[in-house]
Design a protein around this ligand. Structure first.
Ligand code: NAP
Length: 488
């Protein structure tokens, strides 16, 4: 953003004319204590949103050039006197150095934007600490989840949510209005006790992805070891053949589809377990065990990782003919045929198997891409519930069935060939089929009319053997209570 742009309001009055619930916040003077990265970006965004900005610095002369010309940069005490709302863009360690300003700050709103370097770093949150240092001020926690970059990039890009909490409703409302005029979406997180949670949010690294990533890595490791033993260790021990060159591409490429396929089935397995639980207990009001709840919540990430592995498998497979080893093997085969004077090596069954295998693989990858795209919030938000459920549930299940066909055509009759049982270990594809086939079978059973109807009724609130309390007047005119079982 050029300095020329900085001076003119981007949003005017936040585009909120006509909304009676919002008082015009733009135009008021906002104070910013500190002149660092965050203070600078905040000042730019405030100026662009139509606010007057006064920046309080320990060294205003040196720092003034860094701010838009529309912002006034002055000493801390001077800045604080000119406004009622002050953003404290200073690190927690330096809060105590602001104590000299306690008198001028009294009765004002302080917005604590600070973050920590570690989760639950201090006993009390930074905002609570600031409030303890300035008991005559009202402290609001907010804006810490947006970065200096997001502030500068304007309303067009970056995270738009600003989480706010405070013990003072009025102060919270004032800061929420300012956030809204700046183009952010304020989210009320309640009272000051939530500050710790808000301060921990920017420090969390992909919290929803931890379990799915560990799951994918675990599966990858298991299948990789299994394939390594079958494809490399077995020929080395039994035939003294050096096949270690297969590790970087071939072994990885036989491992990736196993992970993708099993992960895809793990997206649908918790739904099957949930349905079993509902059928068994005859109610939808019984809480699922915590592990199943967690699993259900991670289905999107597990599905996306499945797509990631499938996409990598596709790229690896396309690159297989590029390998030097592949070219040598082709030439070797051709020479052998020439020596043996074999003219026709065409095996009809093999040709068909490969054609079908590749075709269903491409379709499965296409469907997985569709699932991945529709799970993006921007796309998911544009679908209604039925469309979303059709893509994620119906098309997802079809993708699982097609992936099963892909696996079966890959394996073909290998499961019945005893040479394929290296060290008595069955071919990898037979192992991968276990969970997906269980899921497919369960889904087929759930779709049998008698089970489907029962499941449908349970999901609409019907309960098996529900006890309904009733109250009857007795002969003496008193009321007696009892219980009856009714299938509602
Ligand atoms: P910074 O660049 O280091 O700026 C900190 C500012 O604090 C300095 O420029 C300084 O301004 C002022 N300050 C006041 N008293 C001080 C003292 N005793 N010692 C040193 N500096 C003092 O840090 P920042 O990145 O702007 O971060 C400021 C606050 O915003 C932090 O609490 C941070 O957690 C939070 N935050 C930052 C980001 C981000 O993307 N950077 C995002 C969210 C939250 P003067 O010299 O002019 O007084």
């Amino acid at each position: 953003m050029s300095r020329g742009d900085m001076a003119k309001p981007l949003l005017g009055n936040g585009g909120m004319e006509g909304d009676p619930s919002i008082t015009p916040a733009a135009g008021r003077t906002i104070g910013v204590l500190g002149s660092g990265d965050f203070a600078r970006s905040l000042a730019i965004r405030l100026v662009c949103s139509g606010f007057k900005v006064v920046v309080g610095s320990r060294n205003p002369k040196r720092k003034a050039g860094l701010f838009p010309s529309a912002a006034e940069v002055t000493f801390q005490a001077e800045a604080v006197k000119k406004t009622d709302v002050i953003f404290v863009a200073v690190f927690r360690e330096h809060y105590s150095t602001l104590c000299d300003l306690a008198d001028v700050l009294a009765g004002k709103i302080l917005v604590d934007v600070s973050n920590n370097t570690e989760i639950n770093h201090h006993k009390e949150s930074n905002a609570e600490y600031l409030a303890s240092l300035f008991p005559a001020c009202t402290v609001v926690k907010g804006f810490n989840v947006v970065s200096a970059w997001t502030l500068q990039s304007g309303a067009r890009d970056g995270n738009k949510q600003v989480l706010i909490c405070s013990n003072n409703q009025e102060a919270k409302r004032t800061v929420a209005e300012i956030a809204q005029v700046m183009g952010f979406t304020p989210v009320d997180m309640g009272c000051m006790s939530s500050a710790c949670e808000i301060e921990n949010i920017p420090l969390r690294l992909l919290p929803a992805w931890k379990i799915p990533i560990l799951l994918a890595l675990g599966l990858f490791l298991c299948f990789f070891t299994y394939n390594l033993v079958r494809q490399v260790i077995h020929p080395y021990i039994r035939e003294q053949k050096n096949k270690f060159y297969k590790i970087p591409v071939e072994v990885v490429n036989t491992t990736l589809p196993c992970v993708a396929y099993v992960m895809l089935s793990l997206v649908y397995l918790p739904g099957v377990l949930a349905a079993c639980s509902q059928l068994y207990y005859g109610t939808k009001y019984r809480r699922f065990p915590d592990w199943l709840d967690q699993w259900l919540q991670h289905r999107k990430q597990i599905g996306l990782l499945s797509f990631f592995c499938a996409a990598l498998h596709a790229v690896y497979s396309l690159c297989l003919p590029m390998r030097r080893s592949h070219r040598y093997q082709l030439i070797e085969t051709a020479v052998k045929q020439a020596v043996e004077k074999k003219m026709n090596i065409w095996v009809e069954e093999e040709v068909w198997r490969m054609e079908i295998y590749i075709s269903v693989g491409i379709i499965a990858l296409g469907l997985l891409s569709l699932l991945a795209i529709t799970s993006l919030p921007s796309i998911a938000n544009s679908l209604n519930w039925r469309e979303f459920s059709f893509v994620q549930s119906t098309l997802g299940f079809i993708a699982l069935v097609i992936s099963t066909l892909h696996t079966l055509t890959y394996g073909w009759s290998r499961a019945f060939d005893e040479n394929q049982y290296k060290f008595y270990l069955p071919p990898t594809y037979t192992l991968t089929l276990l969970v997906p086939c269980t899921v497919i079978l369960a889904k087929v059973i759930f779709n049998l009319p008698c089970i489907h109807q029962r499941l449908l009724r349970i999901r609409r609130g019907w309960e098996k053997g529900r006890y309904v309390k009733f109250v009857l007047p007795s002969a003496t005119g008193e009321y007696s209570s009892g219980e009856t079982s009714s299938n509602v």
